[in-house]
Design a protein around this ligand. Sequence first.
Ligand code: SAH
Length: 222
Amino acid sequence: MSVDFKKFSGVGMTSDSSREKLILFLEKQGITNKKVLHSMRVIPRHIFVDEAISSKAYDNTALPIGKSQTISHPLIVAKMTEIIMCHNPKRVLEIGTGSGYQASVLSLLADKVYTIERIEYLHNISKNLFRKIGFKNIYPKYSDGNTGWPQKAPFDAIIVTAGAANIPDALIDQLSDNGGILVSPVENNGKQYLKSLIKTEGNYKEKIHGIVNFVPLLNGIS
Ligand code: SAH
């Protein structure tokens, strides 16, 4: 990875030390995967939000990114990334590019990151940011993520960063049958649960990882 992140560091409140504090917080909250912690230490979250709120970028909080959407709070990004990293995925699909932060964290950990966003405005902003930063292994697409990206399947891991009552069948179909892992918020009785699903030779192993609060997974493009 030949991206020089130094050019983004040291900007007032958004300096390396704020990011270091965030990493300590993530460790205290039980994140142990060194690669995940490294990626979150390196990726400057403040450049994925509007400058007016960038001083809050290293708080453990979701922040607005426009069009009523949010950048997920860092702990949930770390948690979802840690869950899939147990499987050492090479090809990852993300549904819900949003700000592009989660995809950027993944880009240091996987060979190829495919990411789909249904809102054109957010797709364009994140796509330009990926180019500006210099990522070569993130492939953004403007489309409805409910249908996944069949031309690029199978994926070793799929991260869904928006919640629905059911995980779309297309995503499960596009998951590798050789221990592919999908992690997604799933709604039940008015609550959202973080669910992981491991697919091995047509068998599924599911696990619930706690309560979460994501924006809804919607249909179609906007
Ligand atoms: N991963 C993002 C978090 C984004 S919030 C980040 O790191 O910033 C969830 C995103 O999912 C929103 O941008 C929303 O527009 C998008 N989304 C919701 N339904 C979708 C769908 N069907 N296909 C693609 N993106 C979707």
